[in-house]
Write a protein that binds this ligand. Structure first.
Ligand code: HEM
Length: 507
């Protein structure tokens, strides 16, 4: 009978033998999927020698009807090349957006530390898709008030008589943060400098944290992320302002009930109405509001900035028609859900902005980034076999090769040209509107988990751009050349410092 130390030795030997067999076995689950570049087979899959865009291009042209994989810190992401496979993926119940985000930005630690991420994500998506979208007409006056106030603060009084220069990206993100906060927590907090800056900084800090810890072993990621976020203190600074507002609203609900007519029509109210009673705490609710900020501010502000750059450079081509459309419709009908939906030229313009410069866009074909842009993005929650035979084990990161699809001549003739009115013919939208996702228009993802905020973004962006073009002339501060985009971990962003100029149109 072996004694204790022998059992220990036998056990250790067993684990070592199992590990050696596992690590050296001839075939690992993703081995059959070709890498975008054959030289990327190495054990240390931390980075690629090629730029990501080059890899996605190579992967696309070599494996045009299939899947291929691209290295991401210490693991692989499998890219799907065809609209059919992307459509199939987005319909599969075993493909989770929340799990993918949790893997990349550690949502359970960074974004939703007080409840399971899938619970908060589905609550937030429900509130955004249903309550926020359905109540647009009730909140549009507040949005327009905030839009006007933001641009007035940004441009000052001089703009009435002279050109005023502002850094586009930084100015648009502040305006969008104010408008977003106006519909979540309302006045006066939405204008508070610390809240505006905090909601902008929180998102970048979460992304940077996710990136910084992505190279660490799995067990160290969360402790380190917690440490970094705690050190940055962004959540605490936001909570300091948001918690008292939530407490006050909760008190009103305790006194008058959840259905009291005196509750303001805003996201805070709708979240409280959706949350089960045992979760009615400032901690729980504020994480939902911060989550909405996270999803809404940078995405929409980048889109608006791209649009402003385009108009500053190609104003002659687009401004007259966009203005005429906005003037005709909005001067008689005002800013409502119905009137904004009638702005078909603006709809087409934004859709092209998002095809060209959005998540799948790039202005410089060989931008030297090593990070893929991907949409939709998912992680498998069970073993899956795609219709082309590709086997994806549980826990595989998967994504659509959006850049190649958005620049494919078959789906977008003259795809390399920006054509702002590409999706409008005889005054009607053709080929789907801005908010219609499809396997060939993937800016908002696709399928059941596609962006629930796109309906709100559609109204917010059109209202803001309409206000700008009806009141101001726009040009670049400097030569009329579109500033180059920058690429970051999972997407592409407008130039960070380029300036544009505004001047009030004479009454
Ligand atoms: C132009 C602006 C926007 C773009 C380009 C955008 C894009 C996206 C994309 C690509 C996804 C992932 C979808 C998928 O993989 O299928 C997503 C998810 C999401 N978006 Fe947006 N978004 C925008 C604006 C907004 C706004 C304004 C809100 C909030 C009002 C919002 C809330 C969300 C939420 C909560 C999710 C996660 C949904 C889930 O977990 O199931 N987005 N968005």
């Amino acid at each position: 009978m072996p004694d204790n130390s022998q059992w220990y030795l036998l056990g250790t030997a067993g684990v070592v033998i199992w590990s050696v067999i596992y690590l050296t076995r001839s075939e690992k689950p993703l081995d059959r999927i070709p890498p975008a570049c054959p030289e990327e087979h190495g054990f240390f899959k931390f980075r690629s020698k090629k730029s990501t865009l080059q890899m996605l291009k190579d992967g696309y042209h070599t494996h045009i009807t299939r899947t291929f994989k691209v290295p991401e810190a210490g693991t692989w992401r499998v890219f799907l090349n065809t609209p059919a496979l992307i459509d199939e993926m987005s319909k599969m119940p075993e493909m989770s957006l929340t799990e993918s985000s949790n893997e990349m930005i550690l949502m359970d630690t960074t974004l939703y530390p007080y409840a399971p991420p899938h619970e908060v994500s589905s609550l937030l998506s429900r509130v955004i898709r249903v309550s926020l979208s359905q109540n647009m007409d009730a909140i549009l006056p507040g949005i327009m008030d905030e839009v006007k106030a933001s641009f007035n603060d940004m441009l000052g009084e001089k703009v009435a008589t002279e050109w005023v220069s502002v850094p586009a990206a930084q100015s648009m993100i502040k305006a969008i943060a104010r408008v977003t906060n106006r519909v979540t927590i309302g006045l006066p907090l939405c204008r508070e400098e610390e809240v505006v800056n905090g909601s902008i900084k929180f998102t970048t800090t979460v992304f940077l944290t996710g990136f910084a810890v992505s190279f660490l072993p799995h067990s160290l990621k969360r402790p380190f992320a917690k440490l970094v976020l705690g050190w940055a203190g962004v959540r605490e600074r936001l909570e300091k302002y948001v918690w008292p507002v939530v407490e006050e609203r909760l008190e009103a609900v305790r006194v008058h009930g959840k259905d009291w007519e005196g509750l303001p029509p805003d996201v805070l109210t709708w979240v409280i109405q959706d949350v089960p009673d045992h979760n009615l705490t400032a901690k729980y609710i504020s994480q939902v509001l911060i989550g909405m900020n996270f999803a809404a501010v940078h995405t929409s502000s980048m889109t608006l900035t791209h649009a402003i750059f385009q108009l500053a450079v190609e104003g002659d081509k687009y401004l007259p028609e966009l203005r005429q459309e906005a003037e005709t419709i909005l001067s008689s009908e005002g800013y409502t859900k119905t009137s904004l939906n009638k702005l078909v030229k603006m709809d087409s313009f934004f859709k092209e902005i998002l095809r060209f410069h959005g998540v799948g866009g790039t202005r410089k074909p060989d931008f030297p980034s090593r990070r893929p842009t991907v949409s939709p993005q998912r992680m498998t929650t069970g073993d899956v076999t795609l219709s082309d035979g590709t086997f994806l084990p549980r826990g595989t990161l998967v994504g659509g090769n959006v850049i190649q699809i958005h620049s494919n001549e078959q789906f977008y003739p003259h795809a390399a040209e920006f054509d702002g009115f590409r999706y409008v013919e005889d005054g009607k939208t053709t080929g789907g509107s801005l908010i219609t996702t499809s396997p060939t228009f993937l800016t908002f993802g696709h399928g059941k988990q596609a962006c629930p905020g796109r309906f709100f973004a559609n109204f917010e962006l059109k209202a803001m751009l309409a206000h700008l073009i009806l009141n101001y002339d726009i040009k670049m501060d400097g030569p009329a050349v579109r500033p180059e985009n920058v690429q970051f971990r999972y997407g592409v962003a407008p130039h960070r410092t380029a300036k544009v100029m505004f001047r009030k149109i004479a009454a």
